[in-house]
Design a protein around this ligand. Structure first.
Ligand code: ADP
Ligand code: TRP
Length: 334
């Protein structure tokens, strides 16, 4: 499926990720990127400024997200890894795309609509706190994608609409000029990745405070794992594994053999909650592996990451320049 394909991934710098983010979003992207013949991966800092106005906070988040991907094995020799704001052709291309972006399409965009809904719930005017960056977000995202002739864009479900908007805009431009100026991208959703539950059984999420951290010490990880809710059924009572929260989290991380072992132990009344918590803890620590040390290393030696990002931008810009030239040629007839 990946033969000859260009895969492009964008991430917003949004704070230190947890186990759910890693299993649900980061790991699949790294795996897909490493397999893809050509992989672009960028940090969407122009997107981030719509919400985050403090450069100190923004920079810290950017640092963290860059180091997370490197720590978990993204290979910057293979992947073209850059900061969006280091590619000035992207905002230029965005400006051209605006001329082909129907306003009605922006009105329907989820990111904008979610904000309007929140305002209505709070009894505020519809457009309260909404800047043009947020409103036109899908056009910038279309430029991110179309600039690099992307075939495949791996995204979460919430971003599918944005990739389709990119397709629509590219289609309109191609139709107008009667040639394939821009490649039509497709979204890709990793179907197998389920929502990882948190320590209280709800979706693991920063906003619920129910996360298993990735980059804290063993003690903190153990504390989180041991806080996963259990009931008072005795060890010897046979249990349906699906009714046990620890098993639900384990499903996202264990090998089939490990999972089978835990399921059998629960069904036979041979494994107690303390035991299975330790099994989960071992699996989490094994999954994190050396990523914690690597993360700290990159965070403490960020100049190395800066160099990688600069090199990534150097590799990306010739492609961006080529796309911009192609578009300007068509648009201005020169
Ligand atoms: P949070 O809910 O902690 O704020 P985000 O909404 O910032 O997380 O999600 C970032 C990425 O991680 C998204 O792609 C999302 O699909 C994924 N993700 C977040 N929480 C989970 C989870 N519990 N299980 C699987 N994937 C998740
Ligand atoms: N909008 C994406 C998100 O919120 C981030 C993003 C920006 C992106 N530009 C992109 C993702 C281009 C894929 C391709 O997660």
């Amino acid at each position: 499926m990946l033969e000859g394909k260009v895969v492009l991934t964008g991430v917003k710098p949004t704070g230190t990720p947890h186990l759910g983010n890693y299993l649900g979003a980061i790991k699949p992207v790294i795996n897909l990127g490493n397999k893809a013949p050509s992989h672009y991966m960028f940090i969407a800092d122009y997107h981030a400024i719509n919400a985050e106005k403090d450069p100190g906070v923004l920079n810290q988040k950017l640092k963290e997200i860059a180091c997370v991907y490197l720590a978990f094995g993204m290979n910057p020799e293979h992947t073209i890894f850059y900061r969006q704001s280091d590619i000035p052709e992207i905002p230029e291309i965005t400006t051209i795309l605006y001329a082909y972006t129907p306003k009605g399409l922006m009105n329907k965009s989820h990111a904008y609509k979610a904000f309007v809904d929140k305002n209505r719930e709070a009894g505020k005017p519809d457009d309260d706190g909404i800047n043009m960056g947020l409103y036109t977000y899908p056009t910038l995202m279309a430029a991110d994608i179309l600039t690099f002739n992307s075939d495949i864009v791996p995204v979460g479900k919430d971003q599918v609409q944005h990739v389709e908007i990119a397709r629509d805009i590219a289609g309109a431009i191609n139709a107008h000029y009667g040639k394939e100026l821009l490649k039509l991208p497709k979204f890709h959703i990793e179907e197998r990745v389920a929502i990882v539950p948190g320590t209280d059984g709800r979706k693991m999420s920063k906003s619920y405070g129910n996360v298993i951290p990735l980059f804290e010490d063993d003690k903190a990880i153990k504390k989180a794992v041991f806080s996963v809710q259990t009931d008072s059924r005795p060890i010897e009572e046979p249990k349906d594994p699906e009714s046990v929260m620890i098993y639900q989290i384990y499903k996202a991380i264990a090998t089939p053999a490990q999972l089978q072992e835990m399921a059998a132990g629960l069904k036979d009344g041979k494994l107690g909650y303390g035991h299975i918590k330790n099994m989960l803890l071992d699996a989490v620590i094994a999954e994190i592996g050396e990523a914690r040390e690597k993360y700290n290393y990159y965070m403490n030696n960020f100049h190395l990451v800066e160099e990688m990002l600069a090199k990534g931008a150097e590799r990306a810009r010739p492609v961006a320049k080529e796309t911009l030239k192609r578009l300007k040629n068509a648009v201005f007839g020169r």
